[in-house]
Design a protein around this ligand. Structure first.
Ligand SMILES: [Zn+2]
Length: 430
């Protein structure tokens, strides 16, 4: 058992932070938190525990990225196009390179290593259509220690030739990967079926995805209502469905383990379908700005009790940093408020921190496991030095101010170490 000594900070609700200034986090050999609170008390009750004094650094729960594309990492920041032409010009050629499994493995090492270095302990990841590359990426995730839900991309219609697959192959290979990886490493590795989006998925594929999720407990991740040209295309391809969301609902793809990327342009009936299914929306504001897709009305969707987390959506978003994503969620909410005169639109760092931790854990059904620093949870946490982002280098300040600087002034140097299930997976300078 190790007792970590530091200032503890985590989110209790959308508006409430919890912190323990002279804190202690006691982690057992299996990586579970067995005590969390005042250091003096815990050290008295557990005299035999080894102590690791991290002061003046802080301990925060690990960040959870609910939407990111591994094979697109090298294509970040290719500016100038909207979604559909951007996919064709930059992304599909990049994904085709993952036919080479050795290339894929090297890319996965860089990707997961960088995620951990930025404080992301859990990621929900799209791979490419390639089974071998996806298997290799899971292998890298297993050895580097990150927690992830991942799946091979699925697309059996309207896809470029190099990335086309039959419905049967897509479902069969996904089923094999579920068998191999879902629940592996004692539940640290999970499978997330990844039908790209409705235009590239046949009705048979979508139905197959729904039933595979049902029978195996695997997640479903896909894209929804991101871009107006995309939405028009869906209308044209599925004239019998009233809305984009209805396409997924009709084919059995909406359940409590479904993560819907973007969801910018949704009408009330679509939101009702998502809520009724218990599915979650993943807000990706950097990507939405970069590809000129739009600005999701985050505050309104939250007020309607939709389940929402955050995603970097690399390479739609330019960085793997969820810190940047949190800042962007605040910034675009303020712009929305100013431009559309939606007085209530603005979001604050305390709230987006909740979305990136507790709310994201809930979207995954893992709220008892990750996203906080409570007893019984897995010890997924990061060690940060808030002085790195404070021009005043203050050792003390109001907790809200400190969190706000971490969000708005995020700098890779502030993350000193990242732990998943008690294992140190990243340490600065080593
Ligand atoms: Zn995406």
């Amino acid at each position: 058992m190790i007792l970590y000594r530091a200032h503890l900070l985590w989110s209790d609700s959308l508006t409430e932070l919890r912190d323990v200034k002279e804190g202690g986090l006691l982690v057992d050999d299996s990586g579970r938190i067995v005590a969390s609170g005042p250091f003096a008390e815990i050290s008295r009750q557990h005299v035999g525990a080894a102590i690791l004094d991290l002061r003046p650094h802080w301990i925060l729960p690990g960040l959870i990225d609910l939407h990111v594309h591994l094979p697109q990492y090298q294509s970040v920041a290719m500016d100038g196009l909207e979604l559909l032409p951007w996919l064709k010009t930059h992304i599909f050629p990049a994904e085709a390179r993952f036919a080479d499994a050795a290339f894929a493995k090297a890319a996965a090492r860089k990707f997961f290593g960088d995620l951990l270095s930025l404080g992301t302990t859990t990621a929900v990841v799209y791979s490419t259509i390639h089974q071998e590359a996806t298997d290799a990426a899971f292998g890298v995730a297993e050895s580097c220690g990150i927690r992830c839900a991942m799946g091979k991309m699925m697309m059996d219609q309207n896809a470029p030739e190099a990335l086309s697959e039959s419905t049967e192959t897509s479902l069969h290979q996904s089923a094999e990967l579920i068998q191999q990886w879902h629940g592996k490493a004692d539940g640290r590795l999970l499978y997330a079926l990844a039908p790209r989006f409705a235009p590239m998925c046949s009705p048979a594929l979508m139905r197959g995805v729904g039933s595979l999720s049902e029978s195996t407990g695997a997640y479903i991740q896909t894209h929804l209502a991101e871009n107006l040209a995309e939405i028009a295309w869906v209308k044209q391809l599925f004239p019998d469905c009233a809305t984009y969301t209805e396409v997924y609902h009709h084919h059995g793809m909406l359940n409590g383990r479904t993560l819907l990327g973007h969801g910018i342009h949704l009408d009330a009936s679509e939101r009702a379908l998502i809520r009724a299914a218990g599915a979650s929306i993943v807000h990706c504001p950097s990507s939405n700005a970069f590809l000129q897709s739009g600005v999701m009305p985050l505050r309104r969707w939250l007020n309607e009790d939709l389940s929402i987390g955050l995603g970097t959506d690399v390479a739609g978003g330019p960085t793997l940093s969820l810190w940047n994503e949190m800042a962007m969620a605040c910034t675009v909410s303020k712009l929305r408020s100013a431009l559309l005169e939606e007085a209530e639109a603005t979001m604050e760092p305390v709230e987006v921190f909740h979305l990136a931790t507790r709310n994201a854990a809930r979207a995954l059904g893992l709220q008892d496991r990750i996203g906080g620093l409570a007893v019984g949870m897995d010890a997924d946490f990061l060690v940060v030095d808030p002085r790195q982002v404070d021009p005043g280098e203050r050792a003390e300040d109001a907790v809200e101010h400190i969190l706000s600087r971490l969000v708005y002034r995020a700098d890779p140097r502030m993350v000193k170490a990242t732990y998943v299930r008690g294992q140190r997976c990243f340490a600065q300078g080593s």
